[in-house]
Write a protein that binds this ligand. Structure first.
Ligand SMILES: Nc1ncnc2c1ncn2[C@@H]1O[C@H](COP(=O)(O)OP(=O)(O)OP(=O)(O)O)[C@@H](O)[C@H]1O
Length: 257
């Protein structure tokens, strides 16, 4: 079943009297429950595409549609690279924030909040405030909040980019475990091919600016997957090399512009 339908989408910005074509003629369908990673050179319009889906930007041309199965649920939740949590709220209140805004019953909010705090290993830190947390813990709060909100789709903009390798691996596995349980539709931006191979059902490769989708790669390796598998499996290695070659070419094109 189609969950996200993007049709002939283009976005142009105007910066100091100059037109910037951020994304161009993107047509794309993402199915319910798919985990899709967007990979492309810097400035190719990945964040722009996500922001349009989050309704934070309007397209210049074309349309996006998110299938809403439950009118009571939010359409989307977004997880950012950093600074995505509210500094004056405790860990617990950050996770509960979206549910409280929807005035849901207190018991339901507590149950759901406790469940996702447990899932990301933050139960014992629930009374702390963001300034008392490490970068990895902050991202766990963002992830717990996004899933607790129970949105129709999840939009993630390089959520692990600022973390060290070890923390990144742990959070990737935690994210996959929650995703496998909830089967949310996820659109995830990354610059890391390894990360895309570990997480994705599909990798969408984008061209240099203006961003278009130029390859749609299905990753059929069985789940659960591990980073060791990504590094040792021969099919994964071949896909890594293909994607790497593509990105190299697109980065070169972007530099020539
Ligand atoms: N609000 C804006 N006003 C003007 N130009 C913008 C705006 N937002 C994005 N752009 C431009 O649109 C292009 C695409 O930006 P975007 O942030 O979507 O790329 P990206 O692929 O996410 O980049 P990165 O990988 O570096 O985060 C860039 O040239 C950027 O400068």
């Amino acid at each position: 079943m189609s969950k996200i339908v993007i049709d002939d989408l283009s976005k142009q910005f105007i910066k100091r009297d100059k037109y910037i074509q951020a994304v161009e003629q993107i047509t794309l369908t993402i199915n319910q429950g798919e985990f899709v990673c967007l990979l492309g050179p810097s400035g190719c319009g990945k964040t722009t595409l996500l922001r349009i889906l989050a309704d934070l930007e309007k397209p210049t041309n074309g349309s996006v549609h998110i299938q809403q199965n439950d009118k009571k649920k939010p359409l989307q939740s977004m997880v950012f690279q950093e600074n995505g949590i509210i500094p004056w709220l405790s860990v617990e209140d950050n996770v509960a924030f979206g549910l409280k805004m929807r005035h849901l019953p207190k018991n339901y909010i507590r149950e759901r909040t406790d469940y996702y705090l447990e899932k990301v290993g933050l139960t014992q830190f629930k009374h702390l405030y963001p300034k008392e947390l490490s970068g990895g813990m902050k991202q766990r709060v963002s992830i717990a909040r996004a899933f607790a909100n129970d949105p129709e789709i999840l939009l993630m903009d390089e959520p692990f980019a600022a973390l060290d390798e070890q923390n990144k691996f742990i959070l990737q596995e935690e994210l996959l475990s929650i995703w496998q349980e909830t089967k949310k539709t996820v659109l995830f931006i990354t610059h890391s091919i390894d990360e895309a191979l570990l997480l994705s059902d599909r990798i969408l490769l984008m061209s240099a600016q203006p961003g278009r989708i130029i390859q749609d790669i299905h990753i059929n390796t069985e789940r659960p997957r591990s980073i060791e598998q990504v590094r040792s499996d021969s099919t994964m290695t071949q896909t890594f090399l293909d994607v790497w070659e593509h990105l190299q070419n697109e980065v070169k094109k972007a530099r020539l512009k």
